[in-house]
Ligand binder design. Structure first.
Ligand code: LMR
Length: 335
């Protein structure tokens, strides 16, 4: 018995080292990392830091190619490209995985998380960690959560009370929760890829949108939106994902190093995201032509109340256990 275990162990070691040599003999492993936002955003910076550290530490074993701004793949085709191994790393927003799992829709529920710290706590707890593996049946492995920030509502008119959004068309990410959120307000949601948001606002195809400050600023969306209400009503975060067939075929030692680098990059992205969004908020507030509207506690409560039915609508699909776990992470306890 002992002998056969040793034989198996020696066999796998031999296999691992053969694969290692095979991979490195063929030249560096190329990791294409595509995303849809600008370099000067939390995700853009994270992708570049991953490239820098991977190439510094793994020398000629790994090459990372970063494609920002939907230059390689965009919202419409990036996950298909991942399945075909045409791209190896993506970090789509959590709203963009609905086709593969309903559970991640918990992140889209309006006013569920009070702030990014609460989101962080949820992602670190067992239920949050579990969701990283919720798409394995679809050949998507979650490697980490990356923050962007809380979303703000912007429009061509001032939005102070929920009724102000009625009759306007808002661009949304492909998420049924976000669709329900705008329907609930009497507004019309329109799903569009991120790359088309600027043009859609410019042409008047939509009159409003919801984005974190960094996405608004880096794409200059505020130049087309005279009013931005600081609602902080939902989170826009990402899951760094790969295709498990690619990821687990990386020789063990290289993969361990890459996963260590991902941990470091995740720490940095998540440490800096909030400050980066605040800096962009201040730049937008200082720019001519856009009014940043702060809500009083009462006004924000009215928005929260107006969007409440969306929670009930999605509890069944998301799972009561996940929603309950998410509700325990806010500092302020509400019934
Ligand atoms: C969006 O489509 O609004 C975002 O998911 C874009 C991004 O990646 O931040």
């Amino acid at each position: 018995m002992f002998k056969s275990i040793c034989a198996i162990a020696a066999g796998s070691l031999l296999l691992a080292s053969t694969t290692l040599h095979a991979a490195t003999d063929k030249g560096p492993i190329v990791i294409k990392f595509a995303h849809v936002v600008a370099d000067n955003t939390p995700k853009g910076q994270g992708a570049l830091l991953f490239k820098k550290l991977a190439e510094e530490r793994l020398g000629d074993k790994v090459t990372v190619e970063v494609y920002p701004n939907s230059t390689l793949y965009g919202d419409a085709n990036e996950l298909d490209a991942l399945a075909k191994n045409e791209v190896q790393l993506l970090a789509p927003s959590l709203a963009k995985f609905e086709k593969y799992t309903k559970q991640l829709q918990v992140f889209d529920l309006p006013f569920l998380f009070d702030d990014l710290d609460a989101v962080n706590r949820f992602q670190k707890r067992a239920k949050g960690r579990q969701l990283l593996r919720s798409m394995e049946a679809h050949n998507i492995v979650g490697l980490a959560y990356w923050h962007n920030g809380m979303k703000q509502l912007s429009a061509t008119k001032a939005l102070l009370v929920p009724g102000d959004a009625a009759g306007l068309k808002f661009r949304i990410q492909p998420s049924s929760v976000l669709e329900a959120q705008f329907n609930q307000l009497g507004a019309t949601p329109l799903v569009l890829p991120f790359a088309e948001v600027f043009e859609a606002l410019k042409s008047g195809k939509v009159q409003g949108a919801e984005n974190p400050w960094s996405n608004i600023y880096s794409k200059q969306l505020h130049s087309l939106q005279p009013y931005i209400t600081e609602t902080n009503h939902g989170v826009l975060d990402y899951m760094l994902v790969s295709n498990p067939r690619f990821w687990y075929a990386i020789p063990h030692q290289i993969r361990m190093e890459l996963e260590g680098i991902i941990d470091e990059v995740t720490f940095e992205v998540n440490r800096q995201a909030e400050a980066a969004n605040q800096a962009d908020r201040d730049r937008i507030a200082a720019a001519n032509g856009t009014q940043v509207i702060a809500l009083t506690d009462e006004q924000r409560d009215a928005w929260r109340q107006a969007m409440q039915p969306v929670w009930q609508q999605f509890e069944g699909v998301i799972g009561a256990d996940i929603m309950k776990a998410a509700q325990t992470v806010n500092r302020i306890k509400r019934d």
